[in-house]
Ligand binder design. Structure first.
Ligand code: NAD
Ligand code: UD1
Length: 337
């Protein structure tokens, strides 16, 4: 039996395909390559030494999905495919709701039609908004979300919950990722943002490689030890292994489950900058800028539930994450071309 991985050519998807193949799972990928390239699939195959069955196409193509379900023996789906840029989602809400919501509805309907009712969904810590408490447990109330991207995550969590409630033969695992950074230790796959990066680590690595002049640190007047925001950075390979453990969980017919995937440890923006300098040996010039609208001051998780129920913990520390992000960027200054 195979796992259908939507968005499997993307950043987290490609790392997850590696870990799944390493564990002996058969994987089928569908990706429309809107934010990735086929080269990622080729590199995954080089890392694992195994072929990846790849369908280039869109999750909103119901006919293609039916073909895949007929030709492959799929028993579960890991659903990564989606648009993910917060700022862009504010200027292009229709595109985000259409791609992420309509596309997912077509996928879920095709799954139901083909009697594949096991799904793992890429959600985000963004659903907690400015969290009611830290460390954030899965019981923390959902917060106010300030952008359409985040809304699509909360809506898809609700849609999958309603699907499960209507038909208990579904197994639905909602994974709330904290801040994924890092790259595979081979340095051959990693995050490849289009244009000027919005997220912290790709911005730092592009400064390090000389593509950007200096980092802007968004605010140093928060109520935190060094005044900069705190996040729970998690190595993408740890995150990928969290999916492998979730696939194993699906076999127990768990019903509906929600897990935080993070390290449980908070790091400030300046912690990341200093650790990156230490890991890379490259200086990162920075200036303090004003706060970024929508940023929450402190966000890190309690990952106990994933440890107890998935038998999963994040093993890599911030130094590993920085060293691996740097290796990827240094080897691929222009991304995956
Ligand atoms: P990514 O953009 O690298 O990967 C997403 C992949 O989906 C890309 O390869 C893209 O080409 C593909 N895709 C998009 N729309 C599609 C469609 N309609 N049909 C087929 N393929 C489509 O992003 P990522 O960082 O790997 O994120 C993967 C998932 O995890 C996304 O759903 C994202 O929202 C979620 N997530 C990411 C983060 C993060 O920090 N990277 C945090 C929380 C949640
Ligand atoms: C952001 C999104 C979140 C999304 C996540 C993963 C916002 C407000 N939130 O989370 O919804 O799920 O990415 O894609 O966009 N920083 C700087 N300088 C920079 C970039 C970032 O100081 O050039 C700071 C930010 O203020 C923040 C921290 O670094 O404190 C991390 O930022 P980022 O990597 O963008 O992640 P989040 O904001 O946590």
């Amino acid at each position: 039996m195979a796992i259908l991985v939507t968005g499997g050519a993307g950043y987290i998807g490609s790392h997850t395909v590696v870990e799944l193949q390493n564990e002996g799972y058969e994987v089928v990928v569908i990706d429309n390559l809107v934010n990735s390239s086929k080269e990622a699939i080729r590199r995954v195959e080089t890392i694992t030494g195994k072929p990846v069955k790849f369908y280039e196409g869109d999750i909103s193509d119901a006919e293609l999905l039916d073909t895949i379900f007929k030709e492959e023996t799929i028993d579960s789906c890991i659903h990564f495919a989606g648009l993910k840029a917060v700022g862009e989602s504010i200027s292009k809400p229709l595109e985000y709701y259409s791609n992420n919501i309509s596309g997912s509805l077509i996928l879920f309907d095709a799954m139901r039609r083909n009697n594949v009712k096991n799904i793992i969904f890429s959600s985000s810590a963004t659903v907690y908004g400015d969290p009611a408490f830290v460390p954030i447990t899965e019981d923390c109330p959902l917060g106010e979300i300030t952008n359409p991207y985040g809304q699509t995550k909360a809506m898809l969590e609700q849609i999958l919950t309603d699907i499960y409630k209507s038909d208990n033969t579904w197994n639905v695992i909602l994974l709330r990722y904290f801040n994924p950074i890092g790259a595979h230790s081979s340095g051959t796959i990693g995050e490849n943002p289009n244009g000027i990066p919005n997220n912290l680590m790709p911005y730092i690595t592009q400064v390090a490689v000389g593509k950007l002049e200096k980092l802007g640190v968004f605010g140093d007047d928060y109520n935190t030890p060094d005044g900069t925001c705190i996040r729970d950075y998690i190595h993408v390979v740890d995150l990928a292994q969290g999916h492998v453990k979730s696939v194993a969980k699906l076999k127990e017919n768990p019903g509906l489950k929600i897990y935080n995937l993070g390290t449980g440890k908070g790091s400030s923006v300046l912690d990341v900058v200093h650790t990156f300098i230490e890991a890379s040996g490259v200086d990162i010039p920075y200036v303090i800028k004003s706060r970024r609208t929508g940023d929450v001051p402190v966000n890190y998780c309690d990952a106990t539930k994933a440890k107890e129920e998935l038998n999963w913990i994040a093993k890599k520390n911030l130094f590993d994450m920085c060293a691996d992000s740097w290796r990827w960027q240094k080897n691929n200054p222009n991304g995956m071309i």
